[in-house]
Ligand binder design. Structure first.
Ligand code: GLN
Length: 409
């Protein structure tokens, strides 16, 4: 089989001032096309199959690596130096902190550096290893990113073998055999299986995370792969939160007497998850209880009102994506992580497009004209600004105020 090889860029070393190191590849990224990208294995030894995307964020690698929306994906960090602030026990997004139900692999330009930060509890390399995440360092991530920009996100196997021995043909066959995320419902891998409450608020320096005080509203959050910071921001805004599994029926949700319903982010193909999620969301919309969705939740709301979702070639992954908010006429720089989008041409007349990506013109937000419901494709809880992270959560609270609040049960 023909194979194109992208030569490994010599790894930048730390603790090895001469810059010399043996040129033995201990890690590879084997694309479904047969191409092999060599580098140095870090994190867990072994192999993992997934879709390769690139993330352009300059900070937040621990949150990125633990975001459940990255299930079945291998993340290429375009920022060259990753690991400098180490890892800690706090910056984790997946609710089950001990579980590694998020990205399966990670690709880095330089050797992992650090840790050097007052919050660090350890080093990224050992943390990746403990969580079973296969890493590959010393890769020309600019070349890989260019490849993804030209040809879309490829399926691949990432493999780490400390002795440098790989069965490349077997890895090529595995990458080519993998069916891809299009058509996959990945929510069962990451979502909650039981109902639970959440009362933690946002982190502040010196205090860490806080506990919610008085509440004005009760929000039921449907967990398709929810992130901790979303739950914290709901609590910051005075909401008592009950999280329910993605398979909870409308009756089960309504029995909890919610003032508002939240649809979370999550991995995989929205159309597949929509097979069971859409009928539930449609029934919830009928009640006119205020509803807010983020990311996969946005895509599912789009499907519930009769829209379509499409697979994007390279998607949006990073913390520097420009989005235009038509309700304010302002551009915001936001955090995003998605490989599917709501097809703006499929939106029915009862839906207003509130946000659009200035990167590729894809839909990034909707509001319904006949229901108190809205959603966005981005992650307001992780966006760098210029708006504060809470404003969409406050908009949700505003809908609950307008609907007339009840005291939480
Ligand atoms: N962050 C998300 O919720 C991602 C949504 C969906 N899985 C996508 O890739 O488009």
């Amino acid at each position: 089989m023909a194979s194109a090889t992208i030569s490994p860029f010599p790894a930048v070393t730390d603790g090895n001032p001469s810059g010399w190191r043996p040129r033995v590849a201990t890690g590879v990224l084997v694309l479904a096309s047969g191409a092999v990208i060599e580098g140095f294995g870090v994190g867990a030894a072994g192999s993992a199959v997934g879709e390769v995307c690139f993330n352009t964020a300059m900070t937040g690698y621990q949150e990125i690596l633990t975001d459940p929306s990255y299930a079945a994906q291998i993340i290429t960090f375009t920022f060259p130096h990753i690991g400098i602030v180490g890892i800690n026990g706090e910056d984790i997004e997946v609710v089950n902190a001990a579980a590694a139900t998020a990205a399966v692999g990670a690709v880095f330009r330089a050797d992992l550096s650090g840790p050097s930060n007052f919050r660090a509890h350890g080093a990224l390399d050992a943390w990746l290893k403990a969580r079973g995440v296969v890493g590959l360092a010393g890769v020309d991530t600019r070349a890989l990113t260019t490849l993804i920009r030209k040809a879309g996100m490829p399926n691949a196997v990432i493999a780490h073998s400390p002795d440098g021995v790989f069965d490349l043909d077997a890895l090529r066959a595995e990458a080519a055999r993998w069916p891809g995320i299009d058509g996959m419902d990945l929510v069962p891998q990451v979502g909650a299986t039981q109902r639970y409450g959440w009362d933690e608020t946002s982190w502040t320096l010196g205090r860490g995370y806080g506990k919610r005080g008085e509440t004005r509203f009760h929000v039921v959050a449907v967990d398709y792969g929810i992130k901790r910071n979303i739950l914290r921001l709901l609590n910051d805004c005075g909401c008592a939160v009950t999280v329910v599994p993605a398979t909870a029926s409308a009756e089960e949700i309504l029995a909890l007497r919610p003032d508002g319903i939240f649809l979370s982010n999550g991995p995989g193909d929205p159309a597949e998850t929509g097979r069971y999620a859409v009928p539930t969301i449609q029934a919830l919309l009928e009640t006119r209880i205020p509803l807010f969705g983020i990311c996969l939740g946005h895509q599912l709301l789009g499907l519930a009102v009769g829209g379509r979702t499409i697979k994007m070639p390279q998607g949006h992954h990073g913390a520097n994506h420009p989005v235009k908010d038509f309700t304010t006429d302002k551009v915001e720089i936001v955090s995003m992580n998605h490989g599917f989008a709501v097809d703006r041409d499929s939106l029915p007349p009862t839906v207003i497009e509130t946000h659009v990506s200035l990167f590729d013109g894809s839909n990034c937000g909707v509001a319904l004209t006949d229901r108190p419901a809205f959603s966005v494709q981005y992650h307001p809880e992780a966006s760098p600004g210029p708006r504060d992270s809470h404003y969409l959560f406050r908009r949700f609270v505003g809908l609950m105020e307008a609907a007339g609040s009840r005291t939480p049960a």
